[in-house]
Design a protein around this ligand. Sequence first.
Ligand SMILES: O=C(O)C(=O)Cc1ccccc1
Length: 427
Amino acid sequence: MFSAGQLFSVTLTKPIILTDSPPSKHLRHTRHRQFTTQCTNNLHSATNPFDPAAVAASVKNFTFTGPSKNRTDLQTSCAIISSTIIGKQHDNENRKGIENITVVNAERVLDLELSGNIRKPLTINDMSTSPMHGSEIRVVYQGVPGAYSETAAAKAYPNGEFIPCEQFEQVFQAVELWIADRAVLPLENSLGGSVHRTYDLLLRHRLHIVGEVQLPVRHCLLALPGVNKQDLNRVISHPQALAQCELTLTKLDLKITRESSNSTAGAAELISESNLRNTAAIGSERAAKIYGLNVLVEGIHDDCNNFTRFLMLAREPIIPRIDQPFRTSIVFAHDNGTSVLFKVLSVFAFRNINLTKIESRPHRLRPITIVGSAKRFEYLFYVDFDASMADVRAQNALSDVQEFTTFLRVLGSYPVDMTPLCSSGGD
Ligand SMILES: O=C(O)C(=O)Cc1ccccc1
């Protein structure tokens, strides 16, 4: 059985100090490329990310001593996270280190959030899925401007301020450290399947799912102006994008190798920055505009039903409702082989609760059980079902699930994205 002490959590190698001042000259010059890129990219958040002209202008005009000191803080914070945080198993010894974090900012009470299970009471803001205080909500996503995750973030929070982060882990940390208010991460794609990294990090961190967004994804083959298909010997993109275009790439009969990058837009940015004339990226039309690339081939995903489901995460759960369709996500583990899995799933079937997704991931704390001379692989099961936690059927179902399982956690109960899936896009 898991306990809070066994869950992975955050450990900082040295204290993060957030102040209202821009980063020091030293910081400016010593951070690696990612730092510079992120700061530059973060400036996009000051503009409408869907206005390519404004975005292009803001990249050119970027300076550290810009008008918004607080925004500069957000920009640096994401980069600071990347260089100071290590994910480490959370136990009583290292909890001491966590409590040493110093935060010079009255609004950000970091050590409370980090030092264990101290829950803050729900506030009126948590009762709604809309942004807090009517003010700009800071939304962190994985990738760089032009990534599909940014489009998903804008769909979920149209008035948000968007903060790009290079790594998945940093996205979680940014919300945990109050640098951002919400995280948006891809969970699954209708062609490429599950994003395992998101599943694994959902369990290692303590954020709550507060919403979902389903986004149509329209991939294009992007290259520098003047480059033809025959000039290419390499295509780079996010592994999900490569998987979603595999058949079409083969049909195009190009002599190209496939290479992974952190995000689709990151691939476009790399081609542009490094002037790679033999390389194409798979990404959106919007990414092409931002990074000055041409669309060589439009719509290269293998099936037009190419949708990605993104999750929105927050430090606090929202209050579940029953006056609109809600979905609930849980994760559980059990001890006794596959017959228990059948029993667990049947508690939903008996109550006519529709299961929409089942995913299994390795049980990292106990990957194998020895049964006689055989080894049995152990799993964590992630299940999504169509009912709100405010629905008594769901409450009873989970109380039954608890009987059969050694570990059960509700990851969130949140409104289903009911927007019609008809538009083409992702850009
Ligand atoms: O790399 C991106 O643009 C992402 O946001 C991840 C992704 C990749 C492919 C499809 C959907 C999301």
